[in-house]
Design a protein around this ligand. Structure first.
Ligand SMILES: *[C@@H]1O[C@H](CO)[C@@H](O)[C@H](O)[C@H]1NC(C)=O
Ligand SMILES: *[C@@H]1O[C@H](CO)[C@@H](O)[C@H](O)[C@H]1NC(C)=O
Ligand SMILES: *[C@@H]1O[C@H](CO)[C@@H](O)[C@H](O)[C@H]1NC(C)=O
Ligand SMILES: *[C@@H]1O[C@H](CO)[C@@H](O)[C@H](O)[C@H]1NC(C)=O
Ligand SMILES: *[C@@H]1O[C@H](CO)[C@@H](O)[C@H](O)[C@H]1NC(C)=O
Length: 287
């Protein structure tokens, strides 16, 4: 069950009727009515490529068949996120300081964001909008690469003795899995459940946005109140994968052949263009 956030940034600020305070939030009880199953994580693997070299890849070198299996609620072992190579290849393709990883593993509720490749400013959450419960219990994690940390430091954003800048705890990532920084940013954006294995809830914040509301109120409004499992905002302009592909090529966002390959892959996985007059039970890939 999901909630689509139909709120257009271009139309100005959204009027969202959050509860006035976090004091009487109620998490729906039957959220817990999920199938119970146990997960074990594959932490090392030994896939060497042709010339005996191991290429680290965040989330491991799983086959599509293995990936398919992970979608079922059953007891299983799966590639989590941090999969190291054989001896001599310790990189997981998204390497963190062990203290940061230990801290992240304790998080139950997370707000996270990233800036890679020095591509953006650091926007701090608005402290006055965030209550003491969240300040104490929510993990605010900003992933940076070393270049961005250096850039921000030279602009006066220097982490304090606890590694934080304002509410953000700065987590530096080494050995990013992709050279293309936009692509590397998809790891924390889409794989928060792997980065934060104990988290029940996580909120992804684009680095262009400033967090201006208490995260518990956001979770209550978009998830608990509607018993939704996730909420996602609609794109401010495009609602069609077919158009998105064209736009990505127009803006030269990525290698066109690779865009096509990905697009064909989605189609081979079942993506079809939405047909308003048809009756196929498909997601509206195109309005
Ligand atoms: C839990 O889920 C099962 C299967 O979907 C359903 O039959 C049952 O009524 C649910 N229990 C509660 C307390 O909602
Ligand atoms: C997973 O294993 C546990 C304990 O071994 C068992 O109680 C549970 O029913 C299993 N879950 C599924 C979905 O098979
Ligand atoms: C760092 O953490 C310690 C222990 O939680 C705390 O006492 C101290 O005030 C923190 N420092 C800053 C600059 O927030
Ligand atoms: C573009 O992507 C294709 C397919 O993945 C690849 O074969 C090709 O080498 C790439 N070109 C460049 C310039 O990276
Ligand atoms: C849309 O669905 C209608 C009814 O099933 C069908 O006649 C029509 O050919 C479809 N159009 C496209 C573009 O697939």
């Amino acid at each position: 069950f999901s909630t689509l956030i139909k709120c257009n940034i271009a139309d100005g600020p959204c009027e969202i009727e959050f509860l006035p305070s976090v004091d009487n939030l109620v998490e729906p009880a039957d959220y817990n009515n999920f199938t119970q199953f146990l997960l074990k994580y594959i932490l090392t693997e030994g896939h060497l490529i042709g010339n005996g070299i191991f290429e680290p890849l965040f989330a491991g070198h799983q086959s599509l068949q293995e990936r398919e299996e992970t979608y079922y609620a059953k007891n299983q072992s799966l590639h989590c996120g941090f999969v190291e190579g054989p001896e001599g290849y310790p990189s997981s393709g998204f390497d963190l300081d062990e203290h940061d990883r230990a801290y992240m593993a304790t998080c139950r509720v997370v707000v996270s964001s990233c800036i890679f490749g020095g591509s953006d400013y650091l926007r701090r959450p608005t402290k006055s909008r965030i209550g003491s419960y969240s300040k104490k219990n929510v993990c605010f994690i900003m992933f940076l690469d070393e270049l961005t940390l250096t850039t921000l430091s030279s602009e006066g954003h220097i982490p304090d003795e606890n590694g934080s800048i304002g509410l953000w705890r700065i987590v530096v990532v080494k050995n990013l899995p992709y050279k293309d920084m936009r692509r590397a940013g998809k790891v924390p954006k889409l794989l928060a459940h792997r980065l934060f294995p104990s988290a029940l809830y996580s909120i992804w914040l684009d680095s262009k946005l400033r967090l201006h509301a208490d995260p518990m109120l956001i979770i209550e409004y978009f998830l608990w109140r509607k018993k939704a499992e996730y909420a996602i905002s609609v794109h401010y302009d495009r609602t069609c994968v077919w158009e998105e592909v064209l736009q990505n090529k127009r803006l030269n966002k990525y290698n066109h052949t690779a865009i096509d390959e990905q697009f064909y892959f989605y189609q081979s996985d079942g993506l079809v263009k939405f047909n308003a007059s048809g009756h196929d039970p498909v997601l509206p890939s195109c309005k």
